[in-house]
Design a protein around this ligand. Structure first.
Ligand code: F0G
Length: 358
């Protein structure tokens, strides 16, 4: 059977949304069949907020490498391949590097990734290794890494695949299309974590394109959340040494700064910070009550919603974007849970039954 004849499988987002994306017949499509992630009703969180407010979770941690970055990467790598590039580079807090490595390798390219040494979650580092990236860990933070890769890509024949690459945002906007298709319209509010602010920019682009095409008849208010120790957009001030448990969004000088402010203004939205404690509370709540394991940065969207819930009018619907999978950061999970964990038990039925309370 020809490899391209798998007709039952979701084709990946470039095939699915071709007319909406800057691709041509000549573009080689590099795909891991990303996209089409579920929009999951969050019953427990909706009940907690009350007032007939419906909360949904866009679980983008179910993409092939476990984060929303795959949406942008299928586009960025396909276009890089089309242009004949042989190597790509990115700075990353972990997810971009995992995704860039997977797609670049699938396209037969080299993948260089610059990461802040010691600040990338274990699962993400493991992915970069397994996908065969060339990993360069620097004594510096994400912002410093991004500056270096921007200069390197200007000087040497390597293609930059951070979210300054416009094809990334084109791919990422498809998440907004999927939400509109699932709900039959745009939601009233979109809650989203912000790091470099590429994703909030991409979602806004997607919502606007579908409105223009009359596939929806409203736009959501865009609610962007940052960790308190890394909240340059909330405070409108660069941060030299950003800190947060949510290492994915440990960014002090976002490249999409102006775009983010534009989104906030145009959507009549709001930016707010959430503390690490609030992030972890939301992270645990999602696991224990909704059965959803996301990474800490993703839980910032739910922490933010819980913080501003009084500002949401009754009968509204809200989508919280869960950008990454919980398995990315096992250390955080092991340190932050209320699990009942009895260790070293003898392998006897009576002992086990007793521990179970029988
Ligand atoms: N959530 C997760 C899980 C992320 O990995 C990131 C960004 C964001 C949210 C923020 O998205 O930058 O578009 O505002 N991670 C980048 C990386 C920086 O290198 O993986 P943004």
């Amino acid at each position: 059977m020809s490899l391209s004849k798998n007709k039952t499988c979701w084709p990946g987002l470039i095939q699915a949304y071709k007319p909406w994306l800057p691709v041509t017949e000549k573009t080689p499509i590099i795909t891991l069949h990303e996209g089409a992630t579920p929009l999951i009703p969050a019953r427990s969180i909706s009940n907690q907020i009350g007032r007939n407010i419906s909360v949904y979770l866009k679980y983008d941690g179910l993409n092939p490498t476990g984060s929303f970055k795959d949406r942008g990467m299928t586009m960025a790598i396909s276009k890089a391949k089309e242009q004949g590039c042989e190597a790509v580079i990115c700075a990353s807090t972990g997810n971009t590097s995992a995704s860039a490595a997977a797609y670049a390798k699938r396209a037969g390219m080299r993948a260089f990734v610059l990461i802040p040494d010691g600040y990338v979650a274990q699962g993400k580092l493991a992915q970069a290794f397994v996908y065969g990236a060339e990993v360069l860990a620097i004594k510096g933070n994400f912002d410093e890494a991004l500056k270096i890769v921007q200069e390197i890509s200007n000087k040497y024949p390597v293609n930059l695949v951070n979210s300054v690459n416009p094809f990334r945002l084109q791919g990422q906007k498809t998440a907004a299309f999927e939400i509109i298709e699932n709900l039959g319209n745009a939601p009233d509010f979109l809650c989203i974590p912000m790091g470099n602010a590429g994703n909030i920019t991409a979602y806004w682009m997607g919502f606007n394109e579908y409105l223009k095409a009359k596939k929806s008849n409203k736009l959501p208010k865009m609610m962007g959340f940052q960790a308190s120790g890394s909240a340059p957009l909330v405070n409108n001030k660069k941060i030299e040494n950003p800190e947060t448990i949510a290492t994915a969004i440990r960014i002090g000088n976002p490249v999409n700064w102006d775009n983010a402010l534009k989104v906030k203004k145009e959507s009549n939205g709001l930016f707010k910070d959430v503390s690490d404690k609030e992030i972890i509370e939301a992270y645990k709540l999602l696991g224990k009550e909704e059965g959803i394991f996301c990474e800490p940065a993703s839980a910032a969207s739910v922490a933010g919603l819980l913080k501003i819930k009084e500002e949401i009018p009754e009968n509204s619907n809200v989508v919280c974007v869960l950008t990454g999978n919980g398995l990315k950061d096992p250390d955080c999970a092991i340190k932050n849970n209320e699990a009942i964990f009895h260790q070293g038990l003898s392998a006897e039925l009576e002992t086990i039954a007793k521990k179970m309370g029988f």
